[in-house]
Design a protein around this ligand. Structure first.
Ligand SMILES: Cc1ncc(COP(=O)(O)O)c(C=O)c1O
Ligand SMILES: N[C@H](C=O)CCC(=O)O
Length: 426
């Protein structure tokens, strides 16, 4: 048995399914997950000393590649000063100023420890601020695992076939109204009927949890418009897209100003961090200023803030996002070329440093339902052949992929060459 197999067998004895987050379990592709022991730049090394070019990047955070020296140094120095105080620190103030500076519509921000906490808190805040219960989300979007958001959810919930999780009371789920992503007509119809009862819309401004689906022109603008008309709060969930598709996320990229923004992943530099922030009039409703309760023992943790600030410094350099986007675009062009050469129906999407590919003969994929029609069997075969050749992709057809600044032409070309070989075997 390989060391990964041995570890997986042991893990299953004491960790449900052998993993601490379901999508890692390889249920979406079959076979056993790989256990990793280290990462450097664009590469991951597994427990059996095999090396992989990594396009998961810890599901987004590792935008500078693994083991970035500036981040490691920042973490080491912060750890020397103290791991946690449970009291205010200067570095939290620095982080708040930095984030509010980068996101123009954000007057105030509260740090938390995960994307789930950020979205859950933002929803509660929107409800508290508006005094309304109903929320709107989109099928296939994933916003973490808070009860009210596990309704027609994407990511691991979709991969495992449980988009509506047992354990969520019907009395909670009934307040979550789910519409089709990129369908503005449905949005307008709902808001024309009950707009005054809706607390918020929460949306992934580029969906990355049903593979990668960019917004069609006019969709995000429509969400802004109906929220303005109805008094509902527009929450852009930028846990994945923040600092990823541009420095100021999808809101900067598409020019849409939300009322609230949720952040995670890149903002923590690989440490467990999330954040939610937005307009002062709404953020003032949060305790201790206002009555909407929200708290966290480790929120604003100094080591995590140090990692996040070093990461933000790293992505704030001139030309960073142009270069990142170019890498993702050339990877997608290369994969498309490999599929075309092999006569395999194939389509790609890409925004900034995130990408998606589809085994489909449809030329443009922008709806959830199109994603579900893709050739899953072919994806699974492709996945394992790429893996066998040293390329680590997200182990599900419902996840976006990510490049980092550490992916050089060498790694991209090697991946494309492998894809040429693999596509011929499908
Ligand atoms: C868009 C989006 N929102 C929220 C979350 C939840 O974040 P976390 O896994 O850190 O709880 C994720 C990822 O998991 C995500 O991709
Ligand atoms: N799609 C998820 C985050 O974006 C994957 C991470 C996880 O749930 O483990």
């Amino acid at each position: 048995m390989s060391r990964s197999e041995t570890l997986f067998a042991a893990a299953k004895n004491h960790i449900p399914g052998g993993v601490n987050s379901p999508v890692r379990a390889f249920k979406g592709v079959g076979g056993d997950p790989i256990f990793f022991k280290s990462g450097k730049g664009a590469y991951l090394i597994d427990e059996d000393d095999r090396q992989y070019i990594d396009y998961v990047g810890s599901w987004g955070p590792m935008i500078l590649g693994h083991g970035n020296p500036a981040i490691i140094r920042a973490v080491q120095e912060a750890a020397e000063r103290g791991l946690s105080f449970g009291a205010p620190t200067a570095i939290e103030v620095e982080m708040a100023y930095k984030v509010c500076d980068i996101f123009p519509g954000m007057d105030m921000v509260r740090m938390v420890s995960s994307g789930t906490e950020a979205t859950m808190s933002a929803i509660r805040l929107a409800r508290g601020y508006t005094g309304r219960d109903k929320i709107v989300k989109f099928e296939g979007c994933y916003h973490g695992h808070a009860d009210s958001l596990l309704v027609k959810a994407g990511s691991g919930a979709l991969t495992l076939g449980v988009p509506n999780s047992p354990g969520v009371p019907a009395s909670v789920a009934e307040h979550t109204l789910t519409l089709e992503y990129n369908n503005s007509d449905q949005v307008r119809e709902l808001f024309n009927t009950i707009g005054g009862e809706i607390a918020c819309i929460i949306v992934e401004p580029v969906a990355g949890n049903m593979n990668c689906i960019p917004p069609v022109p006019g969709f995000l603008e429509c969400l802004r418009e109906v929220c303005d008309q109805s008094g509902a709060v527009l929450i852009l969930d930028e846990v994945m897209t923040g600092f990823r598709v541009s420095l100021s996320g999808a809101q900067g990229y598409y020019g849409i100003e939300p009322d609230l923004t949720t952040l995670g992943k890149v903002i923590g530099g690989g440490m467990p961090v999330g954040a939610f922030g937005g307009k002062k009039v709404i953020m003032d409703c949060i305790a201790p200023t206002g009555p909407v309760y929200q708290a966290g023992t480790l929120s604003g943790n100094p080591v995590a803030m140090a990692a996040g600030l070093a990461m933000i410094d790293g992505v704030s350099t001139a030309g960073f996002y142009e270069s990142l986007s170019q890498k993702a675009a050339s990877l997608m062009q290369g994969l498309q070329g490999a599929a075309d050469a092999a006569g395999i129906p194939f389509t790609t999407n890409q925004v900034g440093g995130m990408f998606g590919f589809f085994f489909s003969d449809e030329k443009a994929i922008n709806r959830f339902e199109q994603v579900t029609r893709c050739n899953l069997e072919r994806f699974q075969k492709f996945y394992h052949l790429m893996l066998d050749n040293g390329v680590y992709l997200a182990p599900s057809a419902y996840e976006a992929g990510f490049v980092s600044s550490a992916h050089r032409d060498t790694e991209l070309e090697q991946t494309i060459n492998i894809a040429h070989k693999v596509m011929q075997q499908l």
